[in-house]
Design a protein around this ligand. Structure first.
Ligand SMILES: Nc1nc2c(ncn2[C@@H]2O[C@H](COP(=O)(O)OP(=O)(O)OP(=O)(O)O)[C@@H](O)[C@H]2O)c(=O)[nH]1
Length: 280
């Protein structure tokens, strides 16, 4: 018998059957509106909504393999700046005052539901110590997001972020990763000193084409907001890439059964058929 399933139907069925095996994501990992930036002075995208094509594809359940995908996030920066603490606060909601150096690399997987679609971030924690740098750098490849971290209470660590970013970018295709600059330990700084450091950091972020955030792993300030922003930007990028791939393409599946992916899936009233996927 010849199957009439489109690829979209097939992927949706597969996702639905997997859903029964996986518990629902926690409420604070559900993102329905585009999360806001930290400061408009160093922000990757100004917008309040997901791209019209992404919204439309999510509503029509035409999300390809995105719901099954894991996006890679790499966290880099000097030793002791608080990379592990930042990840632990977000993923486990814990904070440890004692310092334990990361040896090589470690990772966490965080599940989200964005615009109704399951989505995963694989967050790589890398060692800041020089002696582990060559192990850690082997894991930079394929990063959809690069987070460069510095300590707001130690200005030297900000100066080193450009080198960390350069090393991470060397392992990735130009323009393929979102870049964030994150100042940690916000609870330790205040007043004029904090404002001065933030101004310097914003200047660095602009030079690095990065979005800037200040956070505290100790108090949790801005940590969820920051990772929600990371997840939303990475998700939207994945969706747009997926839609670009599938637009009007004919896919050969199995023993030659030809399955057509809906050719006008990229057309929405807002987009017209000429819409540029890269334009948000
Ligand atoms: N007050 C305060 N201390 C923090 C914060 N984040 C981290 N720390 C402390 O800073 C020290 C270093 O934190 P880590 O998260 O281990 O630093 P790291 O960047 O992962 O260090 P490496 O693994 O060596 O690269 C620890 O003692 C943490 O408790 C924060 O937001 N506020």
């Amino acid at each position: 018998m010849v199957s009439c399933l489109t690829k979209t139907d097939w992927i949706w069925r597969m996702k639905s059957s997997l859903m029964h095996l996986i518990p629902p994501v926690s409420r604070d990992r559900i993102i329905s509106h585009f999360p806001k930036w930290y400061t408009p002075e160093a922000c990757l995208q100004f917008k309040d909504h997901f791209h019209a094509l992404v919204r439309s594809a999510c509503q029509q359940r035409n999300t390809g393999t995105v719901g099954l995908k894991i996006s890679k996030v790499v966290v880099v920066g000097d030793l002791y700046v608080g990379k592990t603490s930042l990840i632990n606060r977000f993923c486990k909601d814990i904070f440890d005052r004692d310092y334990k150096a990361t040896i090589g690399v470690d990772f966490e997987i965080e599940r989200f539901e964005i615009a109704g679609v399951p989505y995963n971030l694989q967050i790589w924690d890398t060692a800041g110590q020089e002696k582990f740098k060559c192990i850690a750098s082997a894991y930079y490849r394929g990063a959809e997001v690069i987070i460069t971290v510095f300590d707001l209470a130690d200005i030297q660590t900000l100066e080193h972020t450009k080198q960390w970013l350069e090393d991470a970018l060397r392992e990735n295709e130009p323009g393929s990763s979102f870049i964030f600059l994150v100042g940690t330990k916000k609870d330790l700084v205040s007043g004029a000193a904090c404002e001065r450091t933030e101004l310097d950091a914003i200047r660095f972020a602009n030079e690095m084409q990065a979005e800037y955030w200040s956070v505290s792993a100790k108090t949790g300030e801005n940590v969820k907001e920051f990772f929600s922003r990371v997840a939303a930007l990475a998700f939207e990028q994945s969706m747009l890439k997926e839609l670009e791939k599938s637009n009007g393409r004919m896919a050969q599946i199995g023993a030659g059964n030809l399955i057509k992916i809906e050719g006008n899936s990229l057309e929405t009233p807002e987009s017209n058929s000429q819409a540029s996927l890269n334009c948000c």
